[in-house]
Ligand binder design. Structure first.
Ligand code: SF4
Length: 421
């Protein structure tokens, strides 16, 4: 058996899993399962533990290595699992040397080898050839977070904000385009914090402009989750002027109520979020938005929740990620008066239903149009607005002009008219 990776959580973790596998193989590791965990909710941590047990059952003789955000923040609890051979941290997982003890059979005095992530100040660039089975590739531009939202454990799993130098990002995008990728998605933990630690202090907008300028053959560039209040002028300019920047943004919104946002220590208000989305739509009318929203944050009452529910339709949020609040030990919100789990779950259900209604309305509005679709797997591709489209007989990686014939619950159905220009 070679090296197998199981990854949980965000796009950054997915990108890092590709690097981890390459680094582990470079070190000479084989017969191993790397489990790249997420700590964003208690449920994510439970999933990681289940994955560890299953990996051991399925591969009794393999080395099981646990890493990622849950391994970083709860290292000892994974070290205590008898199924686990080694626990390494989020920074260590990106370096071949971390896998060497298992390759050479070096005795370890402790199978938990997790370094202090808060002292990491740089993010090394790792050039990848591509991502298994995908037509879209994720590229890391930043890691870590300097903010302290009261609900969030991520800064303790990822460390301080640090940026990948512009030249490294541009080289990475060039390499992926040369390898046939039709779309690149810029990822990080807090990508609107890009740049202040680099020479010349570039911004995310400047990075986006540099990529589009230096990689003219890149068909599509997408940016993943952003903290909208930190978006810079160059990013707005590029939204207005560059068709290759996709008209779809995912916002770290979290709530639509000002008191909850304040208690979360977010840096935007409800009106700020609405104004930013309106400005982006004025620049690019087809712009669509997704959002991360937490349901049942501590102290959230019915009126506060109503404000959050209302913002879904007010802002036409079509791609929602809803999380029922789950307390993370060590965060300020875990010590605030809690909302019951059943209420949080019920509110999450209502938010998801509101998001689905917006998603269906957007899908219905695209029927009869010709959309540019990048094909992914199993006959399904994505439009520029990130809507899934089923296109019979199309192959992964095809970039097609597709006439949208119908809208179904899970997305669109279309027919290829020609290759996209
Ligand atoms: S950065 Fe956040 S979402 Fe990504 S893996 Fe870590 S905890 Fe999960």
């Amino acid at each position: 058996m070679a090296v197998e990776t199981l990854t949980f959580g965000c796009r950054l973790n997915a990108y890092e899993a590709t690097v981890m596998k390459a680094e582990a193989e470079k070190a000479g590791l084989d017969n191993a399962v790397l489990i790249n965990t997420c700590a964003v909710t208690e449920e994510a941590v439970r999933q990681a533990r289940r994955a560890v047990r299953k990996a051991r059952r399925d591969h009794p003789a393999a080395r099981i290595i646990v890493t990622g955000c849950a391994a970083q923040t709860q290292a000892r609890s994974f070290g205590d699992m008898e199924e686990v051979d080694l626990v390494i941290g989020n920074n260590d997982k990106m370096q071949a040397a971390s896998y060497a003890p298992l390759v050479f059979g070096t005795p370890l005095n402790d199978k938990v080898q997790v370094n202090d992530i808060m002292s990491v100040r740089e993010t090394a660039g790792h050039l990848i050839e591509g991502m298994d089975g995908r037509a879209r590739a994720f590229v890391q531009v930043q890691n870590g977070c300097d903010h302290r939202c009261t609900f969030c454990i991520i800064p303790f799993g990822r460390g301080p904000s640090r940026s990948v130098p512009m030249g490294v990002v541009v080289e990475q995008v060039k390499k992926l385009v040369a390898n046939g990728y039709g779309e690149v998605v810029l990822t990080g933990v807090d990508i609107t914090s890009y740049g202040p630690d680099l020479p010349g202090t570039p911004s995310l907008g400047k990075l986006v402009q540099a990529i589009l300028r230096h990689v003219p053959d890149l068909p599509r560039l997408r940016i993943s989750s952003i903290d909208s209040i930190e978006a810079d002028a160059a990013l707005y300019d590029t939204v207005a002027s560059e068709r290759r920047l996709m008209p779809h943004m995912h916002l770290s919104l979290q709530s639509g109520d000002d008191m909850v946002l304040k208690r979360m220590k977010r840096r935007h208000s409800r009106d700020d979020a609405l104004a930013i989305m309106a400005k982006l739509r004025a620049l690019r009318p087809e712009m669509v938005f997704g959002a991360d929203i937490i349901a049942g944050f501590p102290t959230e009452d019915d009126a506060m929740f109503a404000n959050t529910l209302a913002i879904v339709s007010e802002a036409r949020l079509t791609h929602l990620h809803v999380f029922p609040y789950s307390p993370r030990e060590g965060t300020p919100a875990a010590r605030m008066p809690q909302v019951s789990q059943s209420i949080a779950r019920e509110r999450a259900k209502l938010l998801r239903a509101a998001g689905e209604a917006e998603f269906k309305a957007l899908c219905a509005s695209r029927v009869g149009r010709v959309e540019t679709v990048l094909m992914e797997r199993n006959g399904v591709g994505r439009t520029e607005q990130y809507l899934p489209v089923r296109v019979p007989a199309a192959q992964p990686g095809d970039l097609l002009a597709v006439r949208i014939m119908a809208s179904r619950d899970a997305g669109l159905v279309g027919e290829a008219v020609r290759e996209a220009a």
